[in-house]
Design a protein around this ligand. Structure first.
Ligand SMILES: Cc1cc2nc3c(=O)[nH]c(=O)nc-3n(C[C@H](O)[C@H](O)[C@H](O)COP(=O)(O)O)c2cc1C
Length: 385
């Protein structure tokens, strides 16, 4: 019988103290991309809880972010330049101080880099478009620019190694650039990057090249994916295609884990009785662990989720209660803080940027407000392809 308190050893040899994961979550604590004291205080408070902690998505190229950002001192974190390494080193040291493992999520936000549009800088995507859901246009990368972004994922991995992180997670989920390439809704390219799996495979190849060259042998590499992209009036891909991609990724590369990004850990597609966790498990390959996430807010849900997976991630629960994972691992679910209040936010070291968007009634962040309230009058006009 699996228990939340079990130690788990990954394929490359790293062992974590329990089966709980803090999934990557934007803290809006960056100062033009750099780690701040707010970032460190937030992670210091959470460093003795989940066995595996994944830092929010850090953008790997200058044009890869910031997204969901509305001010210079409320930005997403960045890893596109060596100048960020000293701050990231402090972050890794803070996270690891109790012996839990720290993972860096590496990402390019592509069309979601809203703060660039606000500043009048170009925003890139696989294909040029004026999407109805974005208050600015996005322009296609040239072939050479795509190749540069692939290299940027490698350089970011090297920086994460230098900063002392225990691993990296490739962000292939949540409508960001890797998913934008994988989706037939957003990728209409006619060069080699028009093949949906070309970009995810190239990024994985580059990340593993750098890991083999520079990282310790037990360095952890994970991949996060959204099982499906079903838009209101179009389909980007279904689980039939995403399981094939995971099959390709895990047969070509030695991933330590695959992380399914979901709103509910029990989520199912429309055309199957099985959960996504059950549908993806056969494609993991030998020894690759599964992480699932979505709606784990108490002891019972954490234990129930464990029936479907190796590792259970709890996101908002870890924002509300910095010690959520530690409490459920010790079977002390009754001590979990379940509601945010102004006093709790301060005690739990929720960053000021996150406090501004976190809705205490729904326990959900209200990103829409931050996206649409910005002035986009400087945004570059784009002709759709
Ligand atoms: C404030 C906030 C920020 C998030 N930022 C990221 C992120 O940086 N990268 C990512 O892959 N997912 C991100 N997510 C999604 C979470 O990792 C997680 O999948 C989601 O919150 C569902 O889990 P939960 O119900 O336990 O909160 C974010 C979610 C929240 C609430």
């Amino acid at each position: 019988m699996k228990k939340l308190a079990d130690q788990v050893t990954f394929k490359h040899g790293a062992t974590i103290n329990n089966r709980m994961v803090q999934p990557p979550m934007l803290t809006n604590s960056g100062l033009n991309g750099a780690v701040t004291d707010d970032t460190l205080a937030y992670w210091d408070a959470r460093s003795n809880s989940a066995g595996l902690m994944i830092v929010e998505y850090n953008y790997v190229s200058p044009a890869g972010g910031p997204a969901m950002t509305w001010a210079d001192d409320r930005t997403q974190l960045a890893i596109y330049d060596d100048k960020f390494v000293p701050g990231l080193t402090k972050l890794a040291t803070t996270m690891k101080k109790h012996g839990n493992k720290a993972i860096m999520q590496i990402a390019h936000t592509g069309r979601q880099a809203n703060y660039r549009a606000h500043l009048g800088l170009p925003v890139y995507a696989p294909t040029s478009a004026n999407y109805s859901f974005l208050p600015y246009g996005v322009q296609a990368f040239t072939t050479a620019e795509v190749e540069q972004v692939v290299k940027d994922f490698g350089a970011a991995t090297k920086r994460a190694i230098d900063a002392g992180f225990d691993g990296v997670e490739i962000h292939g989920a949540n409508h960001y650039l890797i998913q934008q390439f994988f989706s037939r809704f957003s990728n209409h390219r006619t060069d080699k990057w028009g093949k949906p799996d070309a970009f995810p495979l190239a990024v994985a190849n580059e990340v593993f090249r750098v890991v083999k060259k520079y990282a310790p042998a037990n360095f952890i590499v994970g991949y996060r994916i959204s099982p499906e992209e079903i838009n209101p009036d179009s389909v980007g891909y279904t689980w039939h295609e995403s399981t094939k991609l995971i099959d390709e990724l895990t047969s070509q590369f030695d991933f330590d884990y695959i992380h399914l990004s979901m709103g509910s850990y029990k989520e199912k597609p429309q055309d199957s009785e099985k959960t996504f966790a059950e549908l993806f498990t056969p494609f993991l390959g030998d020894g690759t662990k599964l992480i699932i996430v979505g709606g784990v807010m108490d002891q019972a849900a954490a234990e129930d989720a464990l029936k479907y997976t190796d590792l259970v991630a709890a996101g908002r629960a870890q924002i509300i209660d910095a010690n959520f994972s530690a409490k459920v691992v010790k079977n002390h679910g009754e001590d979990v803080i379940t509601k945010m209040s102004d006093q709790e936010e301060a005690e739990q070291k929720v960053t000021p940027g996150l406090r501004e968007v976190f809705d205490q009634k729904t326990n959900l962040p209200d990103w829409g407000k931050t996206l649409s309230d910005l002035d986009y009058s400087k945004a570059i006009k784009v002709t759709a392809d």
